[in-house]
Design a protein around this ligand. Structure first.
Ligand code: SF4
Ligand code: MG
Length: 312
């Protein structure tokens, strides 16, 4: 498998008045061509910040270190103009909140057409024809009417699908989606799942899907990466993960699912300002021993990786 996105030792810190939040703390992660990697973890674990940093969409008080290579291009050191070309053409970002991500005073059709006009040199007329096809593909019907409507005339689900349509219109190599099922009620979730499966089936593209929704991750992922307190604690083939996860935190996450006994994870989410010493999961881990006072490295295990002394 060719590596499309190669994140190396990424660190994102937010400098506050008298402290620093280490939101992403030494993350290395690869996304291969054609694969869907799902990044899971509780909210506040740094998942979205990691996703946001790839396209340099972070707020100004963020300090970012490490390397992000996309097709060999060093994204963190790319001039802003070059990065803008990659954004929207090669990498699509599907943000978490569809309500605030569309311009309320512009017709949705024109908004979806725009990246095709900018990046594929299409004229308005042919771009709009393509938009109608996309609206049909994503079940935004009647497409000929919807193309001329404004965001407020769309339902929440339609707005979200419109954003995905916009993201996929330029046939990007990579889609990064942040919590696509967040705030979607259970009855509508099926459609989001279908939508992403459809995109996956339709193209050779790669996806990085950030989610705290494990059943959703299961339907989609080729591999799973688990984030805990700013670090990756497990990277695992999806089938293996849902049968037999490696890391104690992954086990606890799965045991907290209704289908697996609804056992809540004990203890509290750790502080990103002063993370626990040693293994960051140790205050909540039922396997912790004295060894865990030292921070475990990511340990390779049959092509998977796990950050836990039990596998040393
Ligand atoms: Fe638990 Fe120790 Fe493994 Fe950390 S290193 S997850 S505390 S057993
Ligand atoms: Mg988030």
């Amino acid at each position: 498998h060719t590596c499309l996105l190669d994140i190396q030792d990424l660190r994102v810190h937010f400098i506050l008045e008298d402290s620093a939040v280490r939101a992403v703390d030494g993350v290395s992660l690869k996304v291969h061509e054609g694969e869907t990697l799902t990044l899971i973890g509780e909210s506040g674990s740094g998942k979205s910040i990691l996703g946001t940093s790839i396209l340099r969409l972070l707020p100004p008080n963020a300090r970012i270190d490490g390397k992000i290579l996309f097709n060999g291009l060093d994204l963190l050191n790319l001039p802003e103009d070059d990065l803008r070309k990659i954004r929207g053409r090669d990498i699509a970002w599907v943000p978490q909140n569809p309500a605030t991500s569309l311009n309320p005073v512009l017709k949705v059709g024109i908004q979806i057409a725009e990246p095709m006009e900018t990046h594929l040199n299409m004229n308005r007329e042919s771009a709009l024809k393509k938009v109608i096809k996309l609206l049909k593909f994503f079940d935004i019907e009647p497409a000929e009417k919807r193309v001329n409507e404004y965001p407020h005339q769309y339902s929440g689900g339609m707005r979200q699908r419109a954003l995905v349509a916009m993201g996929t219109s330029t046939k990007p190599k990579l889609i990064i989606a942040d919590e696509p099922t967040k705030g979607v009620d259970a009855s509508k979730k099926v459609r989001v799942v279908e939508l992403f499966r459809k995109i996956k089936k339709n193209g050779k593209l790669s996806m990085l899907v950030i989610t705290h929704d494990l059943p959703f991750a299961r339907t989609l992922a080729d591999r799973i990466a688990v984030m805990y307190c700013g670090q990756i604690v497990e990277i695992c083939n999806a089938d293996t993960f849902f049968e037999e996860p490696l890391h104690p935190y992954s086990k606890a996450l799965l045991d907290s699912l209704p289908s697996r006994g609804l056992k809540p994870i004990k203890g509290n989410s750790p502080s990103m300002v002063s993370p626990p010493e040693g293994c960051r999961f140790h205050p909540r881990c039922e396997y912790a021993n004295s060894r865990c006072r030292k921070e475990p490295p990511l340990i390779e295990l049959n092509g998977n990786s796990v950050r836990c002394w039990l596998y040393d």
